[in-house]
Design a protein around this ligand. Structure first.
Ligand SMILES: Nc1ncnc2c1ncn2[C@@H]1O[C@H](COP(=O)(O)OP(=O)(O)OP(=O)(O)O)[C@@H](O)[C@H]1O
Ligand SMILES: [Mg+2]
Length: 252
């Protein structure tokens, strides 16, 4: 099967004045259709840079990213992106924030209203459609932004530490919810995180990145049963994967 995302020796150098920062040294790997791939690495190792290059929001300095076989040269439209903060419009209700994606694409908003409501239900927000962002908790806001990333049915979802700001309990719940949405809607997911346990819990494979300049240190296949359940976190095999990645990252 051809990879849905293929990174070929991707390099990124940021230039600011005389200063040069090598963010990505050389990154090569593939993400298969319907695969859930997590990327873990220390702060500043180039994870967000890699995501932005994948989405076509930032040009690579060298190498190439291909999505569905086509080199990424401009912002991709047929994807869903979730950033670390929910980026909701304060003056729009939850439902209208989800529909923003449709409006921005010049599509018929009325035709998507039911789907937006269905997504809010899927993400556990039934009854909150007409609340403004400041009436929602952080986790609920993030679920609105996930619904917004899904409404146009993108086959590919790019997520940059989407649960970073959440408390541990909500984060665990959101992990389970995301896996449910992923398995029900058959998407390919590239998910970036700081958290090694989160990377293992969610992923089919975990891409471990070296500190800056970012390179792929290891790609670990996570051979744990699905659907994943919370009790898996106590499983010796799960703990073993976490330990191995910690060692790979040089975490004490
Ligand atoms: N626009 C920019 N201009 C110059 N340097 C940048 C820019 N964006 C990122 N960098 C640098 O590139 C490196 C990688 O940044 P990036 O945001 O990709 O890291 P990250 O792995 O996502 O970190 P974190 O885990 O903290 O989010 C950092 O050293 C950062 O200072
Ligand atoms: Mg980042």
């Amino acid at each position: 099967m051809a990879s849905l995302i293929q990174y070929e020796r991707v390099r990124k150098i940021y230039n600011s004045g005389n200063d040069e920062v090598i963010a990505l040294e050389e990154v090569s790997f593939g993400v298969e259709p319907e695969e859930f791939v997590t990327v873990v690495g220390r702060s500043g190792c180039g994870k967000s840079t890699l995501l932005k290059i994948t989405a076509g929001l930032l040009p690579a300095t060298g190498g190439e990213v291909r999505v569905a076989g086509i080199a990424v040269k401009s912002p991709l439209t047929n994807i869903g992106v979730v950033f670390q903060s929910p980026v909701l419009l304060a003056w729009r209700k939850a439902l209208d924030n989800v529909l923003l994606q449709i409006e921005a694409r010049g599509l018929d908003v009325d035709a998507y209203r039911q789907r937006a409501l269905d997504l809010l239900e899927l993400t556990g927000l039934r009854g909150f459609e007409n609340k403004y962002p400041n009436e929602l908790s952080g986790g609920m806001q993030q679920r609105v932004s996930i619904s917004r990333a899904l409404i146009h049915e993108p086959p590919l979802l790019l997520m940059d530490e989407p649960f970073g700001a959440l408390d541990a309990i909500t984060r665990d719940e959101m992990n389970l919810e995301l896996l449910r949405i992923w398995s029900e809607s058959k998407k390919t997911v590239l998910f970036i995180t700081h958290s090694i346990p989160e990377a293992v819990f969610l992923g089919d494979r975990v891409v471990v990145m070296t500190p800056r300049p970012g390179k792929v240190a290891d790609i670990m296949t996570i051979d744990l049963p699905r659907p994943r359940t919370t009790s898996l976190r106590d499983d010796q095999k799960f703990i073993g994967y976490v330990r191995k990645i910690r060692e790979r990252l040089g975490v004490q």
